[in-house]
Design a protein around this ligand. Sequence first.
Ligand SMILES: [Fe+2]
Length: 236
Amino acid sequence: MTTHFSRRHWLTTTATILGSSPFWAHAAEKSAAPRFELPALPWDAAALDPVISASTIGQHHGKHHAAYVNNLNRLLPSSPLMDASSLVDVIQRSARNDAQRAIFNNAAQVWNHTFYWQSLRPKGGGTPPSELAKRIDADFGSLAALREATLSASTDQFGAGWVWLVLDKTQKKLAVVKTGNADTPLTQENLVPLATIDVWEHAYYLDYQSRRKDYAAAVFDKLLNWDFVAANLAKA
Ligand SMILES: [Fe+2]
Protein backbone atom coordinates (compact mmCIF):
# COMPACT_ATOMS: atom_id res chain seq x y z
CA MET A 1 0.00 0.00 0.00
CA THR A 2 1.15 3.48 -0.66
CA THR A 3 1.11 6.05 2.08
CA HIS A 4 0.89 9.75 1.38
CA PHE A 5 2.11 11.82 4.27
CA SER A 6 4.40 14.73 4.80
CA ARG A 7 7.77 13.41 5.94
CA ARG A 8 8.87 16.75 7.32
CA HIS A 9 8.99 15.92 11.00
CA TRP A 10 8.63 12.21 10.95
CA LEU A 11 10.63 9.26 11.86
CA THR A 12 9.58 6.80 9.23
CA THR A 13 9.08 3.16 9.81
CA THR A 14 7.79 0.12 8.09
CA ALA A 15 7.70 -1.78 11.34
CA THR A 16 5.79 -5.00 11.30
CA ILE A 17 6.31 -6.19 14.85
CA LEU A 18 4.40 -4.36 17.50
CA GLY A 19 6.12 -3.61 20.74
CA SER A 20 9.67 -4.01 19.56
CA SER A 21 9.41 -1.53 16.69
CA PRO A 22 8.03 1.96 17.18
CA PHE A 23 5.56 2.25 14.31
CA TRP A 24 4.08 5.03 16.41
CA ALA A 25 7.43 6.84 16.34
CA HIS A 26 6.90 10.52 16.70
CA ALA A 27 8.62 13.72 15.82
CA ALA A 28 12.13 14.27 17.00
CA GLU A 29 11.66 18.02 17.20
CA LYS A 30 10.56 19.04 20.67
CA SER A 31 8.45 21.89 19.36
CA ALA A 32 6.34 19.73 17.07
CA ALA A 33 3.31 17.70 18.06
CA PRO A 34 3.82 13.99 17.56
CA ARG A 35 2.79 12.85 14.14
CA PHE A 36 1.96 9.31 13.26
CA GLU A 37 2.27 7.34 10.09
CA LEU A 38 0.12 4.67 8.52
CA PRO A 39 2.20 1.51 8.84
CA ALA A 40 2.57 -0.72 5.82
CA LEU A 41 0.62 -3.96 5.79
CA PRO A 42 2.73 -6.96 6.81
CA TRP A 43 1.61 -8.83 3.67
CA ASP A 44 0.29 -8.01 0.20
CA ALA A 45 -3.29 -6.70 0.13
CA ALA A 46 -4.39 -9.75 -1.87
CA ALA A 47 -2.58 -12.26 0.33
CA LEU A 48 -5.58 -13.06 2.53
CA ASP A 49 -7.94 -13.74 -0.37
CA PRO A 50 -10.40 -15.46 -0.44
CA VAL A 51 -10.90 -15.27 3.34
CA ILE A 52 -10.65 -11.48 3.18
CA SER A 53 -10.60 -9.98 -0.30
CA ALA A 54 -8.09 -7.49 -1.62
CA SER A 55 -10.98 -5.03 -2.01
CA THR A 56 -11.79 -5.22 1.67
CA ILE A 57 -8.16 -4.91 2.70
CA GLY A 58 -7.61 -2.02 0.30
CA GLN A 59 -10.56 -0.08 1.68
CA HIS A 60 -9.90 -1.04 5.26
CA HIS A 61 -6.23 -0.11 5.30
CA GLY A 62 -6.10 2.59 2.64
CA LYS A 63 -9.29 4.42 3.64
CA HIS A 64 -10.37 3.58 7.18
CA HIS A 65 -7.03 3.04 8.89
CA ALA A 66 -5.50 5.94 6.97
CA ALA A 67 -8.38 8.21 8.00
CA TYR A 68 -7.75 7.49 11.67
CA VAL A 69 -4.09 8.41 11.22
CA ASN A 70 -4.98 11.62 9.39
CA ASN A 71 -7.61 12.59 11.94
CA LEU A 72 -5.20 12.00 14.82
CA ASN A 73 -2.50 14.12 13.20
CA ARG A 74 -5.02 16.90 12.62
CA LEU A 75 -6.34 16.85 16.21
CA LEU A 76 -3.11 16.53 18.19
CA PRO A 77 -1.42 19.91 17.57
CA SER A 78 -4.14 21.87 19.37
CA SER A 79 -4.49 19.38 22.23
CA PRO A 80 -2.83 18.97 25.64
CA LEU A 81 -1.28 15.78 24.28
CA MET A 82 1.30 17.55 22.17
CA ASP A 83 4.04 16.18 24.42
CA ALA A 84 2.88 12.57 24.20
CA SER A 85 5.79 10.18 23.92
CA SER A 86 4.07 7.47 21.87
CA LEU A 87 0.77 6.38 20.42
CA VAL A 88 0.12 4.24 23.50
CA ASP A 89 0.78 7.31 25.65
CA VAL A 90 -1.82 9.26 23.66
CA ILE A 91 -4.33 6.43 24.08
CA GLN A 92 -3.82 5.98 27.80
CA ARG A 93 -3.86 9.70 28.59
CA SER A 94 -6.99 10.42 26.55
CA ALA A 95 -8.96 7.39 27.75
CA ARG A 96 -12.05 8.15 29.81
CA ASN A 97 -11.62 11.88 29.16
CA ASP A 98 -14.71 13.27 27.43
CA ALA A 99 -12.86 16.38 26.26
CA GLN A 100 -10.37 14.19 24.42
CA ARG A 101 -12.79 11.61 23.12
CA ALA A 102 -12.08 12.33 19.44
CA ILE A 103 -8.34 11.98 19.99
CA PHE A 104 -8.83 8.75 21.93
CA ASN A 105 -11.10 7.26 19.28
CA ASN A 106 -8.70 7.96 16.45
CA ALA A 107 -5.53 7.04 18.35
CA ALA A 108 -7.01 3.78 19.61
CA GLN A 109 -8.26 2.92 16.14
CA VAL A 110 -4.79 3.51 14.71
CA TRP A 111 -3.29 1.12 17.27
CA ASN A 112 -6.11 -1.43 17.10
CA HIS A 113 -5.89 -1.69 13.31
CA THR A 114 -2.12 -2.10 13.27
CA PHE A 115 -2.50 -4.83 15.88
CA TYR A 116 -5.23 -6.47 13.78
CA TRP A 117 -3.03 -6.65 10.67
CA GLN A 118 -0.33 -8.30 12.77
CA SER A 119 -2.88 -10.76 14.16
CA LEU A 120 -3.52 -12.13 10.66
CA ARG A 121 -1.35 -13.88 8.13
CA PRO A 122 -1.83 -15.88 4.95
CA LYS A 123 -2.20 -19.59 5.71
CA GLY A 124 -2.69 -18.83 9.38
CA GLY A 125 -5.03 -20.54 11.81
CA GLY A 126 -4.57 -24.25 12.40
CA THR A 127 -2.68 -25.55 15.39
CA PRO A 128 -0.87 -23.10 17.69
CA PRO A 129 2.78 -23.69 18.64
CA SER A 130 3.05 -26.43 21.29
CA GLU A 131 3.68 -24.25 24.35
CA LEU A 132 0.83 -21.92 23.41
CA ALA A 133 -1.44 -24.88 22.68
CA LYS A 134 -0.79 -26.22 26.19
CA ARG A 135 -1.64 -22.83 27.68
CA ILE A 136 -4.85 -22.65 25.67
CA ASP A 137 -5.82 -26.14 26.84
CA ALA A 138 -5.10 -25.20 30.46
CA ASP A 139 -7.04 -21.91 30.38
CA PHE A 140 -9.93 -22.69 28.02
CA GLY A 141 -10.11 -26.48 28.09
CA SER A 142 -9.35 -26.83 24.39
CA LEU A 143 -8.66 -24.89 21.21
CA ALA A 144 -12.26 -25.61 20.20
CA ALA A 145 -13.46 -23.91 23.38
CA LEU A 146 -11.33 -20.85 22.64
CA ARG A 147 -12.76 -20.81 19.12
CA GLU A 148 -16.31 -20.96 20.47
CA ALA A 149 -15.60 -18.17 22.97
CA THR A 150 -14.18 -16.04 20.15
CA LEU A 151 -17.16 -16.58 17.86
CA SER A 152 -19.61 -15.93 20.70
CA ALA A 153 -17.87 -12.68 21.57
CA SER A 154 -17.99 -11.60 17.93
CA THR A 155 -21.74 -12.07 17.74
CA ASP A 156 -22.43 -10.78 21.27
CA GLN A 157 -20.66 -7.49 20.57
CA PHE A 158 -23.52 -5.09 19.88
CA GLY A 159 -22.59 -2.83 17.00
CA ALA A 160 -19.03 -2.00 16.03
CA GLY A 161 -16.08 -3.23 18.04
CA TRP A 162 -13.30 -5.71 18.54
CA VAL A 163 -12.78 -9.21 19.90
CA TRP A 164 -9.51 -9.82 21.71
CA LEU A 165 -7.48 -12.70 22.99
CA VAL A 166 -5.75 -11.28 26.05
CA LEU A 167 -3.66 -12.29 29.01
CA ASP A 168 -5.48 -11.30 32.19
CA LYS A 169 -2.57 -10.64 34.55
CA THR A 170 -4.85 -10.52 37.59
CA GLN A 171 -6.35 -13.92 36.90
CA LYS A 172 -3.08 -15.18 35.38
CA LYS A 173 -5.12 -16.67 32.54
CA LEU A 174 -5.79 -16.18 28.88
CA ALA A 175 -9.22 -14.72 28.19
CA VAL A 176 -11.46 -13.53 25.36
CA VAL A 177 -12.88 -10.05 25.75
CA LYS A 178 -14.82 -7.72 23.48
CA THR A 179 -14.67 -3.94 23.29
CA GLY A 180 -17.07 -1.49 21.65
CA ASN A 181 -16.19 1.04 18.97
CA ALA A 182 -12.56 2.15 19.46
CA ASP A 183 -12.13 0.82 22.98
CA THR A 184 -9.03 -1.26 23.54
CA PRO A 185 -7.59 -3.46 26.30
CA LEU A 186 -4.64 -1.05 26.45
CA THR A 187 -6.69 1.06 28.83
CA GLN A 188 -7.05 -1.78 31.35
CA GLU A 189 -3.91 -2.33 33.36
CA ASN A 190 -4.48 -6.01 33.92
CA LEU A 191 -5.01 -6.94 30.25
CA VAL A 192 -2.29 -7.62 27.70
CA PRO A 193 -3.59 -7.89 24.11
CA LEU A 194 -2.37 -10.99 22.28
CA ALA A 195 -4.49 -10.88 19.09
CA THR A 196 -7.63 -9.20 17.81
CA ILE A 197 -10.40 -9.54 15.25
CA ASP A 198 -12.00 -6.35 13.95
CA VAL A 199 -15.78 -6.79 13.99
CA TRP A 200 -16.68 -3.41 12.58
CA GLU A 201 -18.83 -3.95 9.47
CA HIS A 202 -16.16 -2.38 7.28
CA ALA A 203 -13.94 -5.39 8.10
CA TYR A 204 -16.23 -7.96 6.52
CA TYR A 205 -19.31 -6.53 4.82
CA LEU A 206 -18.00 -6.68 1.23
CA ASP A 207 -17.09 -10.35 1.65
CA TYR A 208 -19.63 -11.67 4.16
CA GLN A 209 -22.45 -9.09 4.15
CA SER A 210 -24.05 -9.37 7.60
CA ARG A 211 -22.59 -12.81 8.39
CA ARG A 212 -20.20 -11.62 11.09
CA LYS A 213 -19.88 -15.04 12.71
CA ASP A 214 -18.82 -16.63 9.40
CA TYR A 215 -16.17 -13.95 8.99
CA ALA A 216 -14.89 -14.44 12.55
CA ALA A 217 -14.81 -18.23 12.08
CA ALA A 218 -12.90 -17.92 8.80
CA VAL A 219 -10.39 -15.57 10.40
CA PHE A 220 -9.91 -17.86 13.39
CA ASP A 221 -9.57 -21.00 11.25
CA LYS A 222 -7.51 -19.66 8.34
CA LEU A 223 -5.78 -16.40 9.20
CA LEU A 224 -5.01 -16.15 12.91
CA ASN A 225 -1.28 -15.60 13.42
CA TRP A 226 -0.44 -17.90 16.31
CA ASP A 227 3.24 -16.96 16.20
CA PHE A 228 2.23 -13.36 16.87
CA VAL A 229 0.11 -14.51 19.82
CA ALA A 230 2.98 -16.59 21.20
CA ALA A 231 5.44 -13.71 20.82
CA ASN A 232 3.11 -11.30 22.62
CA LEU A 233 2.52 -13.80 25.41
CA ALA A 234 6.25 -14.42 25.81
CA LYS A 235 6.94 -10.75 26.48
CA ALA A 236 3.77 -10.08 28.54
FE1 LIG B 1 -11.56 -1.60 11.05
